[in-house]
Ligand binder design. Structure first.
Ligand code: GAL
Length: 420
């Protein structure tokens, strides 16, 4: 009997030993993985770090990092559209959470439902409910969020402000008081870049003027774009613009940030990828070499956007793409990507000790502030509105006519069925 038992144990051990390697070894992936985004050049280090992790996990996959330069995806989105409509989707592509995803690619039935992945990976419990709603519909969940960025931040260099004897303005009246003084000394009060960065500034100015609740009312159709409040907001925007640089239209967002770093300009209102640029690329120390406040009169409001990646229907390398999405949504992936990118993790179980003081302050604000959806970064409106708004903005930059621009934006809202 004893011998029999020993034999049985040996057979059992052999079976376990033979079985374990098969169970624990994940399916070996190979072939290509094409990741499409606009994180090129000095916007690239965070994505590169993620790709590095992926290559470590799947050494036989050839990763194609397909980038089209241009902040906020101005150029990439057009290329993506051509490819998607031409039946040549990449394996996975960058897309903002919110209407840029839902009102565009989900509406046209081009995406795969990722609910299975959210369930398998336990993501229903780690991503905030509000965020899952933004990337979901009653039919599914359509992308994996990789970060949370804040749009309404005013950046400056403390040593320069000290030299010029000015303080970061808490409200636009203060800004309008110090701006002429700075200008007299040959300093640009507010650095700005190409068209989309004007809209980026505009969202902060409008929210300062009408408040976060009314901003949200614009997108639900409760407040008209040609209402007296909105005309007033355009007027305020018109008062600020003369204090921006004349060559704005030809500058990237990085070049506008460079003006502040170099001391040619005092302030810049940009999303916190500027913090990533200054700390990761320029090796500046947050809180010492550069500093920030909420853009004037938006303290307590977090203008929000999130980058995410989805799985288009017909992705040539579906399995590789799913492995990519798993990494993006994982704690390790998130805490590798975000500290370099200048964004906070979309996960609620993030390890904040890996993040610098700017990001720790952003995480604190996100937890307590009122959240408003960014227009220019895809959270608030569909592509019809966003595409048309570039022309509305162009019209204002040329004419400075608040009333006519407010009218034009309401016409656009009707066309894009905002709030319908
Ligand atoms: C935003 C994007 C950010 C950053 C920025 C500048 O739209 O969400 O991650 O890339 O554009 O290009």
């Amino acid at each position: 009997m004893k011998q029999y038992l020993i034999k049985l144990c040996l057979v059992f051990a052999a079976v376990v030993l033979l079985a374990v390697p098969q169970v624990s070894q994940a399916k070996e992936l190979n072939g290509d993985l094409e990741i499409f985004s606009w994180w090129a050049g000095d916007e690239g280090p965070a994505l590169q770090a993620l790709i590095g992790l992926y290559k470590g996990q799947h050494p036989n996959v050839n990763v194609i990092d397909a980038t089209v330069t241009g902040g906020s995806g101005v150029n990439a989105k057009a290329v993506l559209k051509t490819r998607m409509l031409g039946g040549e989707p990449p394996d996975s592509f960058q897309v903002h959470a919110g209407q840029e995803l839902i009102g565009t690619w989900v509406k046209s039935d081009r995406m795969e439902d990722l609910t299975f992945l959210f369930k398998e990976e336990g993501w229903m419990d780690v991503f905030p409910e509000g965020l899952v709603k933004l990337i979901g519909t009653d039919k599914g969940i359509w992308s994996v969020p990789v970060n949370i960025h804040r749009s309404n931040v005013m950046w400056y260099i403390p040593a320069n402000l000290k030299k010029w004897g000015v303080e970061a303005p808490k409200n636009w009246n203060d800004f309008l008081k110090i701006a002429p003084k700075l200008q007299k000394e040959g300093i640009i009060p507010l650095a700005m870049g190409q068209n989309w960065t004007a809209t980026h500034l505009w969202e902060s100015v409008v929210i300062a003027s009408i408040g976060a609740d009314k901003w949200n009312d614009l997108w639900s159709g409760k407040l008209k774009f040609n209402s007296p409040e909105m005309i007033k907001a355009w007027e305020l925007f018109g008062k600020i613009l003369p204090y921006t640089n004349k060559d704005a239209a030809s500058l990237s967002w990085q070049q506008a940030t460079d003006m502040v770093i170099d001391g040619r300009a005092a302030f810049n209102i940009m999303g916190d990828w500027a913090a990533g640029y200054m700390s990761t690329t320029k090796k500046m120390v947050p809180g010492k070499d550069f500093a920030w406040i909420a853009s004037p009169e938006t303290e307590g409001v977090f203008i929000f956007l999130a980058d995410s990646f989805g799985l288009p229907k017909g992705a040539p390398n579906r399995d590789n793409a799913i492995a990519w999405l798993k990494l993006l949504g994982s704690k390790k992936g998130s805490d590798t990507f975000n500290p370099l990118k200048g964004s906070i993790s979309a996960r609620t179980d993030t390890d904040l000790s890996k993040y610098n003081v700017y990001l720790q302050s952003a995480a604190k604000d996100f937890a307590k502030d009122a959240v408003a959806a960014s227009l220019i970064h895809g959270a608030a409106a569909n592509e019809t509105f966003m595409g048309g708004f570039a022309q509305v903005m162009e019209m204002f930059l040329k004419t400075k006519n608040a009333k006519a621009t407010a009218m034009a934006s309401q016409q656009l809202a009707d066309k894009a069925q905002i709030g319908k």
